[in-house]
Design a protein around this ligand. Structure first.
Ligand SMILES: *Cc1c(COP(=O)(O)O)cnc(C)c1O
Length: 419
């Protein structure tokens, strides 16, 4: 049975072969269920169980009015790949659903999504309030905005709403936070900070990469925009680079979409498909990442070669009480620890691990370790490193989903070579 509309197509009609994404998920469904029953684009009367890869740069039309209308809005007919694509839109709808947002915008990387949001919402002379520990790429992008585009920035602690209130100026537009920061895993006081931002009419943007929507949904805590590096947990298999921004309301999505389609930080349909391929197991993976981090962090904390462990699940972590409130499903899969032997011990540990791989990034199924002082945070001065709490002997761990005892055996033998 064909569902091709009879009579003249209205501008609301879409290309007959590719219909908008259908939403099977009810808002009340739990993340484990939502992640499996993702929206899929329907094709003439049936719906594929796996979203196909629409590897096309554009679409042809019978009706010029439908073509023209599709150019002007994010939810119209599929027209051109830089605007959107059915596979990419399926991912956008999927992540919007998981985060509880109205709409989402996918980008070619996490930084693509972050820059699309910042550049769409800020103009020269505007003021931005950001938390003072930020992902390295974001810190560098904000420094560029400040240095070359006349946007003023004030940095505040991630858990001090009064510092936000004190920093607000007439041209303050945006508050930028991260649910869990890298690599010392400070947790932002999302309800308090977003409330302070809202009082001042700011748009609250939260990078939720480290938590994923399984552990935290910042829109529920007052955020307006959530950004992700899809490269990390959402993708989950170290085979895709991508980003996404999720919006609490359609007007804000539309404003950023209007800019982003000209920016051109578009996600490729194959990257969108790889991400959709990984999403149904996100809740299972997050549970295991968290369990493995818990076992490693706890055992490291009791090891004589280790001076300190930084994971919000440990009672001694400065964010522990906040994390227990904001991350009830798990404290995350990333943590760091300081080796008692400093830089030499850090080098020895990195050289000695066998199972854990020495690599950038996080959120994949394999356990990765890195030495922030010489890699991810190499652009920080010694004073900035110290302010971020990062030592010469700090090691960051992104726990994978291997058997935890195999990981511990590897860590234990590597620790034995640090002394
Ligand atoms: C990796 C990362 C980014 C940047 O994402 P890319 O996909 O590498 O561009 C942004 N924020 C956080 C917290 C990240 O871990």
């Amino acid at each position: 049975m064909s569902e091709r509309p009879a009579g003249p197509a209205s501008p609301d009609a879409v290309h007959p072969a590719v219909r908008p994404v259908a939403h099977p998920a009810e808002p009340a469904l739990r993340p484990e269920t939502r992640a499996v029953h993702l929206p899929r684009p329907a094709v003439d009367g049936s719906t594929p169980l796996s979203t196909p890869i629409y590897q096309t740069s554009g679409f042809a039309f019978d009706d010029p009015a439908v073509f023209a209308d599709g150019m002007t809005r994010p939810d119209g007919a599929f027209v051109y790949g830089r605007l959107t694509n059915p596979t990419v839109r399926a991912l956008e709808e999927a992540v919007a659903g998981l985060e509880g947002g109205a709409a989402a915008l996918a980008a070619g990387s996490g930084m693509g999504a972050i820059n699309a949001v910042l550049l769409a919402l800020l103009s020269p002379g505007d003021h931005l309030i950001a938390q003072d520990v930020l992902y390295g790429g974001t810190a560098a992008a904000i420094a560029e905005l400040a240095g070359r585009f006349g946007i003023e920035v004030t940095y505040v602690p991630q858990d001090d709403p009064d510092a936000v209130r004190a920093a607000v100026r007439p041209r303050t537009r945006l508050l930028y936070l991260e649910t869990i920061a890298n690599p010392m895993t400070q947790v932002a006081d999302l309800p308090g900070m977003c409330a302070a931002g809202r009082e001042a009419g700011l748009t609250c943007v939260v990078d939720n990469t480290f938590a994923s929507p399984v552990l935290c949904r910042p829109l529920e805590h007052g955020a307006d925009v959530v950004v992700h590096s899809v490269t990390k947990y959402l993708g989950g298999h170290s085979d895709v680079l991508g980003g996404v921004a999720v919006f609490a309301e359609p007007g804000l999505h539309r404003k950023v979409w209007d800019f982003a389609i000209e920016l051109g930080a578009t996600l490729d349909p194959f990257a969108a498909w790889l991400t959709l391929r990984g999403l149904p197991t996100l809740p299972l993976r997050m549970a295991r990442h968290c369990e493995n981090a818990a076992l490693l962090a706890t055992r490291l904390a009791g090891h004589p070669a280790v001076a300190a462990v930084h994971w919000p699940g440990l009672p001694g972590h400065p964010s522990h009480a906040l994390a227990a409130r904001l991350l009830p499903a798990g404290f995350g899969g990333v943590f760091s620890f300081d080796l008692a032997g400093g830089r030499a011990a850090g080098d020895a540990f990195m050289a000695a691990v066998r199972l854990a791989r020495l690599a950038p990034s996080l959120g994949g199924v394999e356990t990765l370790v890195l030495h922030p002082a010489t890699t991810s945070h190499r652009s920080l001065t010694a004073a900035e490193l110290a302010r971020a709490g990062i030592g010469e002997g700090t090691v960051r761990v992104a726990a994978g989903i291997e058997h935890p005892e195999d990981l511990w055996a590897d860590f234990a033998q590597a620790l034995g070579r640090t002394g």
